[in-house]
Ligand binder design. Structure first.
Ligand code: ADE
Length: 239
């Protein structure tokens, strides 16, 4: 996968891309990422990228020209049809299903504003997706884009050492993850449930499924609203 980020603060990405799993994934060629400061595409003398809002009002808006030109520059010669993603609190709420969809793409381009909004023509004519990572307002789209990038990159083939973990973690089956334990079996009197020490894989699977379902019901009942429960699951929820 190829990732391009257009941001006025490229330095913000260093810590995230240069550590741990994302760094390893980049080193192994699972993705390539280029951060472009779109100020360099401003075609005016002072390299301005924002301007006042027509009709008045507080705040500045990012002008279309530098962003259109920057997108044209990063898509030149790629032969890909990228998803062009604007990070904005007005966007579609992001979730694991969205991450799975983006993980299938060849090329993602993130547009990140900082303080300012975007001129509407960027939305209308350039952007394919508007994404919000939650109902709160950040100072810019950079952190939000890093959240999306991280959640997409970990789904790319070969990125997680243990391939199973991406498929068993929270949300991938529509449920929250079940409780997990490691050694010791008894820590200060707090014991690991017997079933997990039983070696009976069928019972362990059943216990995990049940605990996932219970936890989802307690913490995120909204996730169960559109789920068709099996008879067994209905039975568990009644217990
Ligand atoms: N930019 C500012 N706030 C944001 C949010 N919640 N999601 C995505 N981009 C943003």
């Amino acid at each position: 996968m190829r990732i391009d980020v257009l941001s006025l603060f490229p330095e913000m990405y260093k810590g995230v891309l240069e550590h741990s799993i994302l760094k390893k994934a980049a080193d192994n060629g699972a993705f390539t990422c280029r951060i472009t400061d779109f100020r360099q595409y401003a075609d005016n003398k002072h390299q301005r990228v924002d301007d006042y809002t027509y009709g008045g009002g507080a705040g500045m808006l990012l002008m279309p020209q530098p962003i259109f030109d920057a997108v044209e520059a990063v898509t030149k010669d790629t032969g890909t049809k990228p998803r062009i993603i604007m990070m904005t609190p007005q966007g579609t709420r992001y979730n694991q299903r969205y991450a799975e969809e983006l993980a299938k793409e060849d090329h993602l381009i993130f547009l990140c504003g900082h303080y300012e909004g975007f001129d509407e023509r960027i939305r209308q004519s350039l952007v394919t997706d508007e994404i919000s990572i939650g109902d709160y307002v950040l100072t810019g789209g950079e952190l939000a884009s890093m959240v999306v990038m991280d959640s997409v990159i970990r789904l790319l083939p070969g990125v997680l050492g243990n391939e199973v973990s991406a498929h068993t973690d929270s949300f991938s089956n529509g449920l929250l993850e079940h409780p997990q334990y490691t050694r010791p079996a008894d820590f200060r009197g707090m014991k690991v449930p017997d079933v997990l020490l039983s070696g009976n894989h069928k019972l362990i699977e059943e216990w995990r499924h049940k605990e996932s379902l219970r936890r989802t019901l307690m913490r995120r009942p909204d996730l169960l609203e559109n789920r068709i429960l099996t008879d067994k699951e209905k039975e568990w929820l009644q217990e």
